[in-house]
Design a protein. Sequence first.
Length: 111
Amino acid sequence: MNPSYIRILAVVKLIPQGNVASYGQIADLAGLPKQSRLVSKALKSTSDSNVPWHRVINSQGKISIPAGDANHRLQISLLLEDGIRVKNSRVDFKIYGWQPSLDILLHKLSY
């Protein structure tokens, strides 16, 4: 597997239930600044069911998957199960945005 994908997926696995992060935030935390599209590719490529892909949304708080797609509905459903309110395919980053501590990042990332 692509080493960058491994780093991205390791960061995504740290997003706690009840929180979301943006593609750009994940890229930055994985040490891949300005590589938000790579985050999307990594999430699409994984078959690891332990990766909470549904907790990653765009920087405006919107779900990036097109509204007519079954995965769009699945993402909304999974976010709701996590206790995250979704309105018009948007999530409020002020309420649900993930703010990881440096301690978490330093001690839990293993890539």
